[in-house]
Design a protein. Structure first.
Length: 430
């Protein structure tokens, strides 16, 4: 009996031990599994960290690349736009040469008295005359050679027609001028000198028509209200640079001016404007965030303009988005913000065109005119282009008044448009 009890106790103990051992093994296995699972999870975490580090490193590298681009563009802007700034702001009287004589005569022809002529005016007209030199070489010089002092003939009108088209004056403008000359030629004998004078009058009438139709001879901000000028145009035409020069011009004319850097999609656009703002003593409202909302920038700028009682808010707009519709939608959003915030504001939409682009510039004007409710054009880069005649095409075919022209890279090389001076510079050899 005792043996049976002993055997039973031993068996029970053996079973208990086996169970405990099994539990221990199970626990060990579970702990081992946990360790293995932790190792796997740790490996995943480490892998995620590595991948995250790679992503962060890529971001850092991308930011470095973008920063380098911005710095390079900013350097180029500074070098290009302001290399002659000091020289421009301190204009000195040059030689008593052909440029001075011609400029003085143009001012006198507009009723200026001797004691009213300034060095700045002489300097500007000289630059304009030199700027249109390439156009004259391909147009006026050849025209004068063909006309001479002899009376106009049907053949010389054919030559003139070719020359006008070649100078990008445009089909409509050319037809109008040639038809007027043919009509005059049918009525009387027209000498070379008289023909040039008649040509000047006709060209001036074409370029002045949309200006007269607008009811505004010279575009200036109106006192007592906020004037908002939207500066539009494709990238590369000098839009941001032109806005900077407008800021300088308005500031020097004692208008309280503010700039809104709403071209948030182009690298270095904000930095470029900031440089211009510093040079013009005009504050720039901007958002440094990448691809910031242009309408939000305008919203902030309007608040700032109202607080400061600004006369003029110049808005730099995007020159290129994914497509034309997106670009026009962006302009529409900006206008809605202006209408909501300052319903009584005077809004002008000014299209910047690069004169050297000729017919491409004309196409841009037609495209923007359909969608952007333009109120005027600014012709830039008249310094050396052979296509200065595009100004006439824009006036005749788009019915767009030219408000300002630029004939140089200096800060003072943008002026209100004067049709008499422009046509005289275009035909300066006679």
């Amino acid at each position: 009996m005792t043996n049976n009890k002993s055997d039973s106790s031993l068996e029970w103990a053996s079973q208990a031990y086996a169970l405990l051992k099994q539990k221990q093994e199970l626990k060990k296995q579970e702990e081992q599994q946990k360790v293995e699972q932790q190792k796997v999870e740790q490996q995943k975490v480490e892998q995620q960290k590595v991948e995250q580090q790679k992503v962060e490193q890529q971001k850092v590298e991308q930011q470095k690349v973008e920063q380098q681009k911005v710095e390079q563009l900013t350097k180029e802007v500074n070098k290009k736009d302001f290399s002659n700034l000091q020289k421009d702001t301190e204009v000195k009287l040059g030689e008593f040469d052909e440029d001075f004589t011609w400029s003085a005569m143009v001012l006198a022809a507009q009723g200026k008295k001797v004691n009213e002529i300034s060095i700045d005016e002489i300097d500007w007209l000289s630059k304009l005359r030199r700027g249109l030199e390439e156009t004259r070489k391909g147009f006026v010089s050849e025209l004068l050679d063909k006309l001479g002092d002899d009376p106009l003939t049907p053949e010389s009108l054919d030559d003139l027609e070719t020359l006008l088209i070649r100078a990008d004056v445009g089909i409509d403008s050319t037809d109008k001028v040639i038809n007027s000359l043919r009509k005059k030629l049918n009525e009387e004998v027209v000498g070379g000198e008289e023909g040039i004078k008649f040509l000047k009058d006709e060209l001036r009438a074409i370029i002045e028509k949309p200006i007269k139709n607008s009811g505004i001879n010279i575009l200036v901000p109106k006192r007592g209200k906020l004037n908002v000028w939207l500066i539009v145009g494709v990238n590369g035409v000098g839009k941001t640079t032109t806005l900077g020069k407008l800021a300088y011009l308005s500031s020097k004319s004692n208008y309280k001016t503010l700039i809104a850097a709403a071209d948030t999609f182009r690298a270095a656009a904000v930095e470029q404007l900031q440089v211009w703002g510093d040079r013009s003593n005009v504050d720039v409202i901007s958002n440094q965030s990448k691809n910031a909302d242009p309408a939000a920038v305008v919203f902030d700028a309007i608040n700032a303009a109202n607080k400061r009682k600004s006369d003029l808010l110049l808005v730099d707009t995007a020159g290129r988005l994914q497509n034309k519709n997106n670009l026009m939608d962006e302009l529409s959003k900006i206008k809605k913000i202006i209408d909501k915030k300052v319903p009584d504001a005077i809004i002008e939409s000014l299209l910047v065109l690069d004169a050297s682009q000729g017919q491409n510039g004309l196409k841009q004007a037609k495209s923007f005119a359909k969608s952007a409710n333009l109120s005027g054009a600014i012709i830039t880069k008249l310094d050396g282009t052979s296509r200065g005649g595009v100004s006439l095409a824009v006036s005749a075919e788009v019915n767009l008044p030219i408000r300002f022209i630029g004939a140089g890279e200096g800060i003072k090389d943008l002026r209100p448009f004067n049709s008499f001076e422009f046509i005289e510079a275009l035909l300066a050899d006679r």
